[in-house]
Design a protein around this ligand. Sequence first.
Ligand SMILES: Nc1ncnc2c1ncn2[C@@H]1O[C@H](COP(=O)(O)OP(=O)(O)OP(=O)(O)O)[C@@H](O)[C@H]1O
Ligand SMILES: [Mg+2]
Length: 247
Amino acid sequence: MIAFEGLCKAFDGRPVLAGIDLQMRGGEITFVIGSSGTGKSVLMKHAVGLLFPDAGRVILDGEDTATFSEDRWREARRHYAMVFQHPNLFDSMTLRENVALPLRMHRRIARDRALAEAESFLHQVGMASKADLLPAQVGPSERKRVSIARALTLDPDWAILDEPTTGLDPVAARSIDRLATRLCREMGKSVVVVSHDLTSIFTIADRIIFLYKGRVRLDGAPDDFRRSEDPVVRQFITGAPDGPMET
Ligand SMILES: Nc1ncnc2c1ncn2[C@@H]1O[C@H](COP(=O)(O)OP(=O)(O)OP(=O)(O)O)[C@@H](O)[C@H]1O
Ligand SMILES: [Mg+2]
């Protein structure tokens, strides 16, 4: 479980998160949504110890992370794996070598075995047939898949995917949705997706957390979101240029 209690974070005196209270249960697909710049990525970086609260608490599986040492965070990051908004693959290494790297570095598996094992992770994301290509030889959605495979090498309980479909064409985006669904339903991962892709949200989300002005504005099932009469939520859904939403 990931819980945030009264989480506040400002940059250069400008508040971004202004008291976030929420709990993310395992075993489902939770979407964190909101306009650009509302702090979605900042929020989830707190769950993996890449940013630290100014005030409030981040609790992982019941443990207050304020007490975590750097070693304890390293351990936690194996259970809570985050795929970043702009994940970097090493462009001079094949996809297989990219995925083998964390197996060698974090799990201390010898090179030849790591290269062989990498293929099974590429298989899990539908990329085994392209294992020996370079990142530049595949498309953007395929690179996303490989970065997800790389995160899976740590065998995390949680997969936190930051904007996995942004910038992809609709067909590629839907195939990433299907992968996120498989991670949860077939592979038993708890999945958090940071997104503003309404199609993804209404297709695969079990639960939606809508952030607005540094706070949780709505926390519920897709139907609660769809039926909400909150004018800010309505404007987010319809994309109307005029309305109460401040961007
Ligand atoms: N390390 C940082 N230092 C200073 N400001 C930061 C830092 N990280 C984020 N910010 C600022 O915090 C705000 C929220 O950023 P964040 O990346 O979380 O937005 P977001 O909701 O993920 O947006 P997007 O949908 O565009 O990805 C932005 O104004 C951003 O410029
Ligand atoms: Mg972001």
